[in-house]
Write a protein that binds this ligand. Structure first.
Ligand SMILES: *Cc1c(COP(=O)(O)O)cnc(C)c1O
Length: 386
């Protein structure tokens, strides 16, 4: 079946009430018919729900949908995107291991990889995600994993997934890709040899700025390790959030189509504006990685970055004059959100690390929403011309 159909029709079995839409299962535990069933479930001899930290029917529905949409065998859902990223590290890495991590990843991921992993004796080397040739000399005998995001946050560079897949196959590394910006509708990293796909479901998967969630997708064998780690450490997704997220997946394809359509229109308009120095959008001819983007993505995504003429001061003025677009830390919402990475999401990392991640002082990132694009442009254009 096709993506859209799977996102809608993969559903937990109906109860005796014959409900059409999946209900919420807010229960911390499940009852057993008898002592034998209880024993068999705890012994993993039989599949079934025991306790919602391990499994819950609504959470399972979300996991099964995500695995189907990513084209992987299995998935494990978590309370936040960072819990998914963290679990995808801790389920596989031991003290003394080394990882390669793109230097253009989500701010909290940089903190986990660069600071917290070190406390458990796991070292990360930060790499230039756009230069696969430079990765070769950084592999050590104890290197276990390559972690990256594409499109990158917030610079919207494209990392060549086929090159990363080939590199990891050659060096026997786990390839771990945060697919949050593209969603499986636009890009399926598993097709390029990615072993672990992580998501912040808080973003486009929810798509309406309501709940937090995350998920790790991969083979049955790898997800069994993630599940084992999470079952005991407890970053499980709540039944309510799982219900919201599973419902959200039903509209992911149509929402992403419109996000991309609006984003592309805005990018073209911004490119022609005299106050704009440079526009970054993966499907613009002017994007340096345009050819790779066309190869691995269905459309260009819902984010646009641009450089305003006049540096930091012009950027601040621009943000302060917006009336429709929101100043918010989220992305992938129905509402258009404008951020200034240098002073917000990436403010805690050093100026050198910011520059290495491609973040300039005048960079503005727009998560283009689902409002009428003419209204969004009206707001932006008015502030550019002040
Ligand atoms: C937001 C985000 C995360 C973290 O997700 P949370 O749900 O906020 O924990 C990880 N990666 C990317 C690319 C993100 O945008």
């Amino acid at each position: 079946m096709h993506f859209e159909t799977l996102a809608i029709r993969l559903q937990t079995e109906r109860s005796q009430h014959r409900e059409h839409s999946t209900p919420i299962f807010p229960t911390s535990s499940f009852v057993f018919d008898d002592a034998e069933q209880m024993r068999a479930l705890f012994a993993d001899e039989q599949e079934g729900n025991i306790y919602s930290r391990f499994t819950n029917p609504g959470v399972r529905e979300f996991e099964e949908k995500m695995a189907a949409l990513e084209g992987t065998e299995d998935a494990f859902a978590t309370a936040t995107g960072m819990a998914a990223v963290y679990a995808s590290f801790m389920a596989f890495l031991d003290a003394g291991d080394h990882i390669l991590c793109s230097r253009a990843v989500f701010g909290s991921t940089l903190t986990v990889a660069g600071q917290f992993l070190l406390r458990w004796g796991i070292e990360a080397t930060f790499i230039d995600p756009r230069d696969p040739d430079s990765w070769q000399s950084l592999v050590r005998p104890n290197t276990r994993m390559l972690f990256l995001e594409t499109p990158t946050n917030p610079g919207l560079d494209i990392v060549d997934l086929a090159a990363a897949g080939a590199f990891c196959a050659q060096h026997n590394l786990l390839l771990n890709v945060d697919n949050c910006f593209a969603t499986p509708y636009l890009q399926q990293p598993a097709r390029f040899g990615t072993h672990l796909i992580t998501h912040s479901a808080t973003k486009f998967i929810d798509g309406q700025g309501r709940v937090m969630g995350g998920v790790v997708c991969g083979s049955k064998e790898l997800i069994a390790e993630v599940r084992k780690f999470c079952r005991s450490t407890g970053p499980s997704l709540s039944p309510f959030n799982a219900w919201v997220l599973s419902k959200s997946l039903e509209t992911l394809a149509v929402r992403m189509d419109r996000h991309c359509e609006n984003a592309e229109k805005l990018a073209l308009l911004l490119e022609k504006h005299p106050q704009v120095e440079r526009v970054t959008y993966p499907f613009l001819e002017s994007h340096p990685d345009h050819a790779i983007a066309r190869r691995q993505m269905k459309k260009g995504g819902g984010l646009v970055a641009f450089e305003i003429r006049g540096g930091v001061e012009a950027g601040r003025k621009f943000l302060n004059n917006l009336t429709l677009c929101s100043l918010s830390a989220n992305l992938g919402d129905t509402r258009t959100i404008v951020t200034h990475p240098a002073s917000t999401t990436h403010a805690r990392i050093s100026p050198e690390a910011r520059a290495a991640a491609g973040i300039t002082n005048g960079m503005i990132r727009i998560s283009v929403g689902l409002e009428h694009v003419d209204d969004v442009w009206e707001d932006i254009q008015k502030c550019l011309s002040v």
